[in-house]
Design a protein around this ligand. Structure first.
Ligand code: F0G
Length: 450
């Protein structure tokens, strides 16, 4: 079974009520295991046997087998025997080829793992099934989070499925409307606060003095356990062949931490021989980790006042920064930042693949272009971009981009031609076939001109 351990002082601890941090030194907690659910140390033959069983479960109709998280339940023995997981059949997301991006970058081994294909449209569902299941096991009746939108949507859905109440704190006017709609739809008590994400986190912490809610923000170590199964699922889809690079967006820095933990544990247990280099991409206006690495060698967090149109990652004081630094160091990855124009362009380019994702996810493709240019990613290497959210999460962003209303002149400078080439025109025509034919001709001419 799992126990909790402080990442700072190493103290073994029971799960604290309230804010989940080490009672001795205040650092973050992580789940650890003396042995996994299968008991003894894994032998190579044992590893192959588990890989076979996990794959077989894909054919099963049992609820826990149909979940892409609980299918790997031996990797996260966090629930007591007999406990039922709260699942919405999360995980099992596709890996897509990106032929257009491959051609553009010259990297033949490029794929996107699309976590936006989860039940509530983002990777958060992997963590939420774990945290909410754990909350219910502990007898909690209400869960809460501060969020830039996706955590809120996911928590609201899983809480509803568990028959629990949920409380969402979001920054007023600074999250994508569709995420807000999800929280409302799934029945969360939804509070917009006149502050940013970092302010919402502060208020949630203060609220714990007044109301006993179970926090499912990513400081919750069980969230990370669910999210780490992405590593196993990804390797399984590649027949356990480890890619050279995995790129993830960085906001509160839990996903990168979880992915790193996942790969490192799989390696420690003999399920893979090496780990990919995990690199984290941030928006230029919300770049605390990039600055922390560059200016403080990863030793001290440099907080920023965050501003980016990729609202999911509009975070200046990331809770899991220490865990993320460790993942960069352990896997040999780097942190880079990309501009608003690069994000918008990358998003439209992914859209043109028929894939689509939300702006925060597109940072990975934008960041990859930079890393190829720098020579950090070599032409013969294999790369996985983790697309964290669905394109429909932020339809306003899409329309504003194509209508030319998204970026201001300063942001666009130097990128005008590239952006113009990706901007799709919305036609408003009289209801006549001739008018549509003319539009077709003009569109064909536009394409040829590019
Ligand atoms: N991509 C999307 C679509 C997100 O919603 C988030 C985080 C991230 C990337 C960054 O992941 O925080 O683990 O580094 N969204 C959180 C939320 C903060 O409240 O929905 P991270």
């Amino acid at each position: 079974m799992a126990y909790l351990r402080c990442i700072g002082c190493g103290e073994r601890t029971a799960e604290p009520s309230g804010w989940q941090q080490c009672q001795a030194c205040g650092d973050l907690l992580e789940a650890a295991y003396d042995e996994l659910a299968w008991g003894t140390t894994l032998t190579p033959a044992g590893a192959a046997e588990w890989q076979r069983r996990w794959r077989e479960r894909r054919q099963s109709d049992r609820r826990e087998d149909r979940s892409g998280v609980w299918r790997f339940r031996e990797l996260l023995p966090i629930l007591n025997e007999g406990s039922q997981a709260i699942s919405l059949e999360e995980g099992n997301t596709p890996i897509y080829e990106l032929p257009r991006c491959r051609r553009q970058s010259g990297i033949a081994g490029l794929w996107a793992k699309h976590q936006g294909m989860n039940p509530t449209g983002s990777f958060k569902d992997l963590g939420m099934t774990a945290a909410v299941s754990r909350a219910r096991e502990r007898g909690a009746t209400a869960v809460a989070c501060a969020s830039t939108g996706n955590t809120a949507a996911s928590m609201a859905a899983y809480a509803a499925a568990a028959g629990m109440r949920s409380l969402v704190l979001i920054p007023s006017g600074k999250i994508a409307g569709n995420k807000l709609a999800q929280s409302m739809d799934y029945g969360a008590i939804t509070c917009q606060l006149d502050t940013d994400f970092d302010g919402c986190t502060r208020v949630l912490r203060e609220l714990l003095e007044l109301a006993p809610v179970y926090v499912v923000n990513s400081i919750n170590p069980y969230r990370v356990e669910g999210q780490k199964t992405l590593a196993a699922e990804l390797l399984e889809q590649r027949d356990w062949e480890v890619p050279d690079h995995v790129l993830v967006p960085g906001g509160n820095l839990a996903n990168s931490s979880a992915l790193g933990k996942g790969f490192l544990e799989l390696q420690a247990w003999g399920l893979c021989r090496r780990v990919p280099q995990i690199s984290i991409i941030q928006a230029e206006g919300a770049n605390p980790l990039a600055r922390t690495m560059r200016e403080a060698g990863g030793r001290k967090l440099i907080e920023v006042r965050a501003e980016t149109r990729a609202t999911a990652i509009r975070i200046g004081k990331p809770a899991s920064w220490k865990k993320a630094v460790r993942v960069l160091e352990a896997t040999g990855g780097v942190c880079r930042e990309v501009s608003e124009a690069e994000i918008a362009l990358a998003k439209a380019e992914l859209g043109a693949e028929g894939i689509g994702c939300e702006p925060a996810s597109a940072t990975t493709w934008a960041g990859m272009k930079r890393l190829v240019q720098e020579g950090f990613i070599g032409k013969q290497q294999s790369v996985i971009l983790v697309l964290t959210g669905h394109t429909l999460k932020d339809a306003d962003y899409v329309m504003q981009f194509h209508e030319g209303r998204l970026l201001d002149a300063a942001e666009t400078r130097g990128w005008e031609t590239a952006l113009a080439a990706e901007r799709r025109r919305l036609w408003h025509l009289p209801a006549r076939a001739e008018a549509v034919k003319q539009a077709l001709d003009e569109a064909a001419a536009d394409t040829l001109a590019q």
